[in-house]
Design a protein around this ligand. Structure first.
Ligand code: HEM
Length: 532
């Protein structure tokens, strides 16, 4: 036995691992002197032990931080993630207002998702030009895309939830993930690609690979990561290649069409085209690439890669949101579902039975269901995680100095569940925010109703963010896809609620905590039936 242990092939890696563990335990901390959440007084290696305690029970960790340190910063260590400096809630606005050169969201994303290793082409992560298309064109075009979205939703829901008038059991997350994937890709790449099962599968698999492999990589000593990553991220590359292979012919066709139009005003087949080119994300990306004049941007794999990254950013987040909303409604009261249906059918009839932006905006209860469901279930437990990048560090409004390289955040889960902000915080009250939109009679009597009531209503909308509502983050880096997501999810829920009955459940299946994220119960089933 001793013989084996002294062999260089065994001894060298063993010494390396032991050295790394010792280094982790004994290295001097650059953290400011603050209370450490999860540490016990007088214990050895408090930071290391707190990291594991918090990773195992993040709910308790964030609740303790909020109840004991509401007015001061503290350290939130989490195994496999950075040690976060958690600011008090009143400093969240300051945090999101800091310039990117001082406190960076981008650096945080590169680190957390280990994009230098988890992407086949890390340049896509380093230069995420697609984000400006999401906040700009996609948001502006969402209204025009409503007919296509509803067409795709009808198509895929009818196929997956069926037309059968008798009750049957479905797995909520599995079916809704596919429905979201297909509807979202209708807007990303159009027909027929959005219905390509292999493309959707590859996109969804990649969206699982990145968080999994980045979590494992963060546990590995940074100098070792480049050596371990190629093996660990093999699934990422397999799924990326599958996605690119299916996308390539369509991307090449779009590029050829673009060139032909520029030269002759006809498309690649030579046909005079009166119709505009496709109005989807791929087309906008082709236009953006040509406008940049950078040949890298117009490479087929660069364009396919941007669509893959968007699948990553949007599919899980939106599938979680619709899964939560359905589980919440199906375990609430039949009266709520009836009231929601009533709003949808009445407003839709007022708009001539046609779905459009104005009809959606006139359904405050539908909007409120999502805002409330995300308040109760949001996957965001720590808000606005950012990395300090200013060489000399930053100083918070309360005078705390935070050195370069540390992660900063603010609480989210306990704020969403604070009874002073949201009475009965653990109860799903689907119309909580719709009720807040109703302008009190005194405001009308004062004569200040029109503008203030508009602002008051807008603040209660699903896509509105604030330090008290961070399901989409907050500030200028809040989720750029939230206006699109809000419309897509509302169209989907409206279709599901008006076309299906749900068997009311006695208990809602519980959410799961996965490190610092909360996820819906993915195996939960409900019983549904097509309405006559
Ligand atoms: C209910 C659905 C969604 C939720 C809950 C959600 C939530 C979030 C959150 C919490 C962030 C981080 C914000 C921060 O740290 O301040 C984020 C970022 C982002 N989201 Fe979403 N998101 C959703 C849907 C979407 C969709 C549909 C898209 C694209 C069409 C999208 C694209 C992005 C992008 C690109 C970022 C990174 C922004 C940046 O780098 O500045 N999201 N999202």
């Amino acid at each position: 036995m001793l013989d084996v242990l002294t062999r260089p092939a065994v001894l060298a890696p063993a010494l390396l691992v032991a050295g790394y563990v010792l280094y982790q335990l004994l290295r001097p901390s650059r953290l400011p002197q603050l209370p450490i959440i999860g540490a016990k007084p007088g214990e050895w290696f408090p930071l290391t032990r707190a990291r594991w305690r918090n990773a195992k029970d993040m709910k308790t960790a964030v609740e303790v931080a909020y109840s004991q340190y509401r007015d001061q910063a503290c350290i939130m260590p989490i195994a496999g993630a950075a040690d976060h400096v958690m600011l008090p809630p009143r400093e969240l606005q300051w945090l999101v207002d800091q310039p990117d050169l001082d406190i960076s969201m981008h650096d945080q994303i590169m680190y957390t998702l280990q994009l230098d290793h988890t992407l086949t082409d890390p340049e896509l992560g380093r230069n995420p030009v697609h984000v400006s298309l999401v906040s700009g064109l996609l948001t502006r075009e969402t209204g025009n895309l409503v007919p296509e979205l509803i067409d795709e939703i009808e198509h895929v829901v009818d196929e997956l939830w069926g037309l059968d008038g008798s009750f049957r059991t479905i797995c909520v997350y599995d079916t809704l993930k596919r429905i979201i994937g297909q509807a979202t890709n209708r807007v990303f790449v159009g027909l027929p690609l959005c219905r390509d099962a292999a493309l959707l599968e590859a996109g969804m698999a990649f969206a699982q690979d990145v968080p999994l492999t980045s979590t494992v990589l963060r546990f590995i000593w940074p100098p070792m990561r480049p050596f371990v990553a190629p093996l660990l991220t093999l699934p990422n590359r397999i799924h990326t290649n599958q996605f690119y292979k299916i996308m390539r012919p369509e991307v090449l066709r779009r590029l050829a069409d673009y060139d032909a139009r520029q030269r002759t005003g006809t498309d690649a087949t030579g046909a005079e085209k009166k119709a505009l080119p496709s109005n989807d994300f791929l087309q906008w990306s082709v236009n953006q690439a040509h406008a940049s004049g950078d040949p890298y941007m117009s490479k087929p794999d660069t364009l396919a890669g941007r669509i893959l990254l968007l699948n990553f950013a949007s599919i899980h987040t939106s599938s979680f949101a619709i899964t939560h909303a359905i589980l919440d409604l199906a375990s609430s009261r039949q009266e709520y579902i009836d009231e929601l249906r009533d709003e949808i059918t009445t407003v839709l009839a007022e708009h001539g039975g046609e779905w459009n932006k104005r009809a959606l905006a006139a359904m405050p209860k539908l909007d409120s269901v999502f805002r409330e469901s995300q308040r109760v279930n949001s996957f965001v437990t720590l808000a606005s995680i950012r990395s300090v990048v200013k060489p000399e560090g930053v100083t918070t409004p309360s005078g705390l100095k935070i050195p370069k390289g540390l992660m900063v955040c603010a609480p989210s889960y306990p704020v969403f569940h604070d009874p002073e902000l949201y009475p009965d915080p653990h109860v799903f009250k689907p119309f909580r925010f719709a009720e807040k939109r109703i302008v009190p009679a005194e405001a009308n009597a004062n004569g200040d109703a029109p503008s203030s009531s508009y602002v008051q209503r807008a603040r209660q909308a699903f896509a509105s963010t604030s330090p008290e509502y961070t399901a989409f983050g907050h500030g200028r880096h809040a989720c750029p896809g939230r206006f699109f997501a809000s419309s897509e999810l509302k169209l989907m829920l409206a279709y599901l609620v008006t076309n299906y009955d749900f068997e009311i459940q006695e208990r809602r299946a519980e959410n799961l905590w996965f490190g610092m994220n909360r996820i819906p119960p993915m195996a939960a089933n409900i019983r549904i039936r097509r309405r006559g």
